[in-house]
Design a protein around this ligand. Structure first.
Ligand code: HEM
Length: 493
């Protein structure tokens, strides 16, 4: 082969130089069509502009400056924050297929956590799991678990009376035990129950895995190929232990429930329904369906516990803060339910003010204030802006909930905003249910279950008790002011 002459080399070098200039120019041109946002710093991009705390409120100042769709460059990772319902529903709802992915994390793979639906990528197996989840928790199917939700509400009243100081722990315990009864038919009678402890441990693992900057391997993926026994590879050893804990949580309660079903001792629950349904199918289909059912059941507690508990804390807080709202809600329950029995979920159509109250709790302090991040699967264009493939999409749910475009005096807690003049639920006001549960193909599949649990617990508590603020040593009400109530890591503190 003939050697390249100096002229040839010069021509190649010139071509490469021209290509580099064209490429740079084109990427600048493309960048100029990304949505507006704060100017990036060299190397760091917009890392310093990404709020660390109380992000939803902090992002609002970016919207004031740059408009309702903001672009941030998190060093090779585009982040798009949507600040209006119109933008969120156009992209995540109407163009759902383009935005149904999630940002991927290496640690999720290392702990074998792909079956955790909220964090799994947009794959065929995710579709199968999600399909089953929606089937097991559809508005119709969950009627079979109303008994567990009603019993849970009564249990919470007893616990509030017997241990008022432990109210926060007991709220979490009761909602958790309702999930376990409905899903596995298991009566979890104490917060130290092994299944509850197991599920809470897994919840902590998930939070740690999703803490930004917690694991270096997310920034330097080659670390996953280094042997676990070498120094600095603690994350690999941790991942192995955590993986075992995740599997235990997925399988142990399911096995216990399946045994009860076999003995004919199970209460109505998801596991009973599934095993009954698949019992007539061929063995290989049974094995496939059972594996999916294990995944779905394992997801229920993880999806439910913090969202439902945090919404309920908003309810407790606002009742102590707004006694007039509480009195009006109690009057409605007294008129419909009376004093000879406890409220039931079947009373719901006759209790529009309680529905409006739950709506207002969901709106006034949404639990997932920036939603759960979506990721785009291809390039898209919105209002003339390019949204590059692989972008992380956040929705500022809090900004939507507090927007003057949708609500009169949005900062005020006013359940009646959701009612017509004759006291029925209005269809003309944007329901928080159309954004606090997320969007499109990723919308929360547990929303009917969570909603029913919250409704019956709120109605039952108001029927039996009156919520008042605690008193300080001088007998004055001790309650944090509205300005001091903030959401930390997404939940009310
Ligand atoms: C007040 C109650 C609840 C709220 C506010 C809530 C909110 C959310 C939100 C914002 C998402 C992300 C949606 C998106 O990415 O667009 C989500 C996803 C999810 N939720 Fe809920 N949720 C609640 C209750 C529940 C309950 C009770 C369960 C289980 C029984 C549950 C299970 C899930 C699951 C499995 C996902 C993942 C969906 C996916 O990624 O495909 N949630 N939820």
């Amino acid at each position: 082969m003939a050697a390249l002459s100096t002229t040839d080399l010069a021509v190649v070098a010139l071509c490469l130089f021209v290509l580099a200039i064209v490429w740079r120019h084109q990427s600048r041109l493309r960048r100029s069509r990304f949505p507006p946002g704060p100017p990036p710093l060299p190397v760091l991009g917009n890392i310093l502009d990404i709020p660390r705390e109380y992000s939803a409120t902090a992002y609002r100042s970016l919207f004031d400056k740059y408009g309702d769709i903001v672009y941030l460059d998190a060093v090779k990772q585009s982040i798009i924050v949507l600040g209006t319902y119109a933008a969120a529903s156009e992209l995540l709802e109407k163009r759902s297929a383009k935005y149904a992915n999630r940002p991927s994390l290496i640690m999720v793979g290392l702990i074998g956590g792909d079956w955790i639906i909220p964090y799994s990528s947009y794959t065929n197996v995710w579709r199968e799991r999600r399909k089953r989840f929606r089937e097991f928790f559809s508005a119709n199917v969950i009627k079979a678990y109303e008994y567990a939700q009603e019993a849970g509400a009564q249990r919470l009243i007893q616990l509030f009376l017997s241990a008022p100081k432990d109210y926060a722990d007991n709220v979490q315990f009761v909602f958790g035990s309702t999930v376990f009864s409905s899903v596995y038919g298991i009566d979890v009678s104490s917060p130290t129950n092994e299944y509850l402890v197991m599920a809470d441990d897994v919840m902590s693992i998930i939070k740690e895995v999703f803490t930004a900057g917690r694991f270096l391997v997310e920034v330097f993926p080659f670390l996953q190929r280094i042997p676990a026994w070498l120094p600095g590879m603690g994350f690999k050893r941790k991942a192995a232990t955590w993986g075992g804990m995740l599997q235990e949580m997925r399988n142990k309660p399911f096995d216990a429930a399946a045994n009860s079903v076999q003995r004919g001792e199970s209460a109505p629950c998801v596991v009973e329904t599934v095993l009954d349904k698949i019992s007539t199918q061929p063995p290989q289909v049974q094995a496939f369906e059972e594996a999916l059912a294990r995944d779905v059941c394992g997801n229920a507690y993880l999806g439910a516990i913090e969202t439902v508990t945090a919404t309920f804390f908003t309810f407790l807080y606002t009742m102590a803060l707004y006694p007039d709202v509480q009195r009006r809600a109690q009057a409605e329950i007294d008129a419909v339910v009376g004093h000879s029995r406890a409220p039931l979920l079947s009373d719901r159509p006759a209790l529009p003010y309680i529905d409006a109250l739950l709506n207002e709790c969901l709106r006034w302090m949404p639990t997932a204030q920036l939603g759960v991040p979506h990721a785009s699967v291809e390039d898209d264009e919105y209002n003339g802006y390019i949204i590059p493939k692989g972008s992380i999409i956040l929705v500022n749910v809090w900004a939507i909930a507090r927007s003057k475009e949708h609500y009169v005096q949005p900062d005020r807690f006013m359940p009646e905003r959701f009612l017509t003049k004759d006291g029925q639920l209005s269809k003309d006001i944007l329901s928080p249910r159309s954004y606090v549960f997320g969007f499109g193909r990723r919308v929360c599949p547990g929303m009917y279950f969570g909603d029913a649990s919250l409704f019956i617990t709120i109605a039952s508590l108001l029927h039996a008790l009156t919520i008042k603020p605690a008193l300080d040593e001088f007998g004055r009400p001790r309650i944090p002011s509205v300005e001091n109530v903030k959401m930390k890591e997404g939940f009310l503190t």
